[in-house]
Design a protein around this ligand. Sequence first.
Ligand SMILES: [Zn+2]
Ligand SMILES: [Zn+2]
Ligand SMILES: [Zn+2]
Ligand SMILES: [Zn+2]
Length: 306
Amino acid sequence: MSPGCSAYEGTIESQSTDYGIAPDSIELRASPHRKNLTINGTKRGVASNTAVHELLECPVCMKVMYPPIQQCPNGHTLCSKCQLKIRCCPICRHELGNIRCLALERVAESLELPCKYQVVGCQDIFPYHGRLRHEQNCRFRPYNCPYAGAECHVSGDIPFLMAHLKSDHKVDMHDGSTFNHRYVKSNPQDVENATWMLTVFNCYGYQFCLHFEAFNLGTAPVYMAFIRFMGDDHDARKFTYTLEVGAHGRKLTWQGIPRSIRDSHTKVRDSMDGLIIQRNIALFFSGGNKQELKLKVAGRIWKEEA
Ligand SMILES: [Zn+2]
Ligand SMILES: [Zn+2]
Ligand SMILES: [Zn+2]
Ligand SMILES: [Zn+2]
């Protein structure tokens, strides 16, 4: 053991926050290999490869290692991310150099691995390299927090996000598929500091986010309302919604399909997939002296029968 190697140095990223994705080059390198897998039918080999699977787990971060896999001078392996953060081997405490473990990399390429979201329900098994691409799009991957008012980096499954919206963002929650929501703002001239609101509706066993916000569309200030679905795109498409705003015998109506919260709030807004109200119309609907925005947005969500 070398001197000064009695402790880890630096900090290790926690496992739950890092959904890092490997660079494309790794995917490309894998493609000729996938053919072999199909020909040889390696699915049979999966169970007997448990020992190799364990070898592929980095002893520091516990994640599956991808090339370049590193090793200490005594042959203990670890992932390259962790190798950058610690100076000594986590097993034998020998000082780490920059030694690559090509043999394990080659063995790894012949493996099939379960998706890392297996614990939350994904049953799929993938060739070593193809697994990363799948995990980027796995339907069991965590959702980002749908709250739009500030940068929020919380992610998790829907029940977790519901609890988070309630306790950390103090979001309004309602039960039911019809609603009548009033938006009041005392200074409607001010759209620079994006005004937004999020309300969550609970119906049909799912949750829907009603977004309302003011922003500049080009140079024109507008208000926009739209609904996002707390779930994946496939389930979102089973629903339809309408939004209505009006007064004095005029009415604007929007009918749409809720967008999955996989699509970011800004993406949905920028695609204008919702009810858009020009400011002069909004002020007209507000009545009064145009000093105050007072909009009543009514809506309904329903399930399309297949
Ligand atoms: Zn590691
Ligand atoms: Zn070692
Ligand atoms: Zn998966
Ligand atoms: Zn949040």
